[in-house]
Design a protein around this ligand. Structure first.
Ligand code: PLP
Length: 275
């Protein structure tokens, strides 16, 4: 028998293609040496060409999954991905309070405000944006929007470092402790610059831009790598730096799969000398 590893819970949607959503979270948790647990919110039908549709999981089943693992196995950190509807978001927020997960507790909580796939397929009903702002953001230790999600949530269009700061301030108004405004979609920039802020510190994290179309699941993988580090007890700035390192390597080693967009890869983290 060995020591129990740290545990992380993802509340998110399933990707039948295995590269994003719950599947990306689990393979990242695994690669980071953290025991992953899941509350599935929706089952998407998708492949490398996009999302063909999805079915939501009944709200009671979503919250029952969270309660089942939190009350028995314990959660060292949690994250949300695709939540699909306002009803699911409201119920998840209430349940997180009941099981003591979130910024006012000892258990860090990361919100990746997933709105659409990179193919442009909607993963969130439009009326649910308000629930993300009002129900989830105030409970979040960290929120990790990309630039499209920033625009949807705040109305701010990020084009440079100054508007990235403006976006960070606008997001902090909704009540999360920290925000990470991901600059990866700012294609004019030679590097990827993400901005991390708690309203006092503004930390720019710069990384190389890799020239690959295969970045499916990149946002989920970054958020789950950060969550894994938080589960291990790192503070937010250190966990974000570790997550950034993880996603850079995962993008550098992404691979083609199917005829469309292939996934980022967590395999670099695993030993390659096994038979
Ligand atoms: N499918 C699910 C279930 C997701 O959660 C996400 C992103 O969070 C996606 C698809 C889209 O991934 P991408 O935009 O990286 O293609």
């Amino acid at each position: 028998m060995t020591a129990t590893p740290h545990t992380a819970l993802t509340i998110a949607g399933s990707d039948s293609g295995g590269g994003a959503g719950i599947q990306a979270d689990l393979r990242t948790f695994f690669a980071c040496g953290v025991h992953g647990m899941t509350a599935i919110t929706a089952v998407t039908v998708q492949n490398s060409r996009g999302v063909q549709g999805f079915s939501e999981v009944p709200v009671e089943t979503v919250t029952a999954q969270i309660k089942a693992v939190a009350t028995d196995m314990g959660v060292d950190a949690a994250k949300t991905g695709m939540l699909a509807t306002a009803d699911i978001i409201t119920a998840v927020a209430k349940t997180l309070d009941e099981v003591h997960i979130g910024r006012s507790t000892d258990v860090p909580f990361v919100v990746d405000p997933v709105a659409a796939s990179m193919h442009g397929d909607a993963l969130l009903r439009e009326e649910a944006l308000e629930a993300i702002r009002t129900e989830l953001f105030p409970r979040a230790t960290l929120v990790t929007p990309n630039l499209d999600e920033v625009r949807l949530l705040t109305g701010v269009t990020v084009t440079d470092a100054e508007s990235q700061r403006e976006a960070a301030r606008a997001l902090l108004e909704f009540g999360p402790q920290w925000v990470l405004v991901k600059g990866g979609h700012l294609y004019e920039a030679p590097d990827c610059v993400d901005l991390l802020s708690d309203g006092v510190q503004f930390v720019e994290l710069t990384g190389p831009r890799h020239d690959t179309p295969h970045t499916h699941g990149g946002g989920d993988t970054l958020a789950s790598a950060i969550t894994a580090s938080l589960a291990k007890g790192l503070g937010v700035p250190d966990a974000v730096a570790a997550g950034k390192h993880f996603i850079e390597r995962a993008v550098a080693e992404s691979y083609p799969l199917g005829s469309g967009i292939g996934p980022v890869s967590p395999f670099w983290r695993l030993a390659d000398d096994l038979p």
